[in-house]
Design a protein around this ligand. Structure first.
Ligand code: 2P0
Length: 352
């Protein structure tokens, strides 16, 4: 066999937006969380990372592994990326040890090329899709037999929320209780097709990079917030159980209430961090008031807001309520960019 042969595999991974939030690590090295979390995976038509992994004996060993992210060379020497690549190589090496006829891909330098189909500068969660795509692309290249849940344990070490992007639909990340993290992984609660009416609107309030990174923000919260203890012992376990039931029953009002309460609880623990962390701004709060107005007018919860570690709002709603929800935002939030989920006609519209 020619040593010049280039082995290659490509994959895409979607962005996910949590409705029960991950915030807090019990082990920062292994990315083990202090609570379970649950997210909705967004359509890959709108937000996804495409990653191609290749390797060859002909790639100069002196160049080592490399990553081209959106056309720019990117540093992969960080501990998290290295942990992912090490785990993937170890699994490939085990296959090679068991079958001498397999090419020794685990010994070749890796070239990774990754592109987001959304502006990285938009301040949207890109690390989740990024690490999920990286792990699956290399796993495909190495022809690993691991299940998505097994791969989620590797992606988790790149970025916690990345473990949830290995699945579509409604996804839970079970925190687990083992010290080595072997039971801290994601599983699918329901397929997207289970609730075909579900939609998400993303309101890009600010494209600026966030002031406090998630990693350091959550460490400060764990260390200083008293409210956080109540969140992880009582609030989140209840929200996880109620949310799973709401999804199973396609109960949008319950889904909406838990989504909004959990976002509020997460941001309350941020405010209770010392010194406090503020991710939402005045426009974010205007979005919350707009959702409240929409729901009051409808006489039921037809829209649910949630905010991550930044000011951008994600609004969940059902297709039948598009006019009430998107129509109102279209008029209310002047100057904010509106992007839609599922390639709807609202994609890319400017509010006016
Ligand atoms: C989430 N966030 O559940 C929560 C809600 C932000 C707020 O997961 O340190 O980038 O890489 O494990 O995954 C953001 O945290 O943090 C996040 P690391 P990550 O989506």
């Amino acid at each position: 066999m020619s040593t010049d042969k280039v082995y290659r595999a490509s994959t895409t991974a979607p962005v996910n937006i949590a409705v029960v939030k991950y915030w807090g690590k019990r082990d920062a090295k292994l990315n083990l969380p202090t609570n379970s979390s649950l997210s909705v995976t967004l359509s890959q038509a709108d937000l996804r990372t495409l990653t191609t992994a290749s390797c060859s004996a002909s790639f100069p060993a002196s160049e080592g592994d490399s990553l081209l992210l959106n056309g720019e060379p990117s540093d992969i020497s960080g501990a998290r990326t290295q942990a992912c690549l090490r785990e993937l190589r170890t699994r490939r090496a085990a296959l090679e040890a068991a079958d001498a006829s397999l090419p020794k891909l685990s010994t070749y330098p890796l070239r990774l090329v990754s592109e987001n189909n959304f502006p990285t500068a938009a301040g949207l969660a890109s690390s989740a899709a990024g690490f999920a795509a990286l792990v699956r692309a290399v796993a495909n290249l190495y022809e690993l037999k691991d299940t998505p849940s097994e791969l989620s344990k590797i992606a988790r070490q790149g970025s916690g929320s990345a473990c949830r992007s290995l699945f579509g639909g409604y996804v839970a990340w079970r925190m687990g209780d083992k010290e080595d993290g072997t039971d801290s992984m994601a599983d699918q609660v329901a397929e997207a097709a289970h609730w075909p009416d579900m939609r998400a609107l993303i309101l890009v309030v600010s494209a600026a990079k966030k002031g406090v990174s998630s990693s350091s923000g959550m460490q400060q919260t764990v260390a200083t917030s008293g409210l956080f203890q109540q969140r992880i012992t009582t609030v989140v376990p209840e929200n996880m159980a109620t949310m799973e039931k709401a999804i199973a029953e396609r109960d949008f009002e319950k889904f909406a209430e838990v989504t909004m309460r959990d976002s509020n609880s997460f941001h309350a623990t941020c405010a209770d961090t010392y010194p406090p962390i503020f991710y939402m701004n005045d426009v974010s709060r205007a979005a919350i008031r707009a959702v409240e107005t929409i729901n009051e007018k409808a006489g039921r919860a037809v829209a649910a807001y949630t905010f991550d570690a930044g000011p951008n709002a994600v609004i969940y709603y059902q297709e039948k309520d598009t006019e009430a929800v998107v129509g109102t935002f279209y008029h209310v939030l002047q100057g904010a960019e509106i992007t839609g989920w599922k390639n709807e006609s609202i994609k890319g519209l400017k509010a006016s």
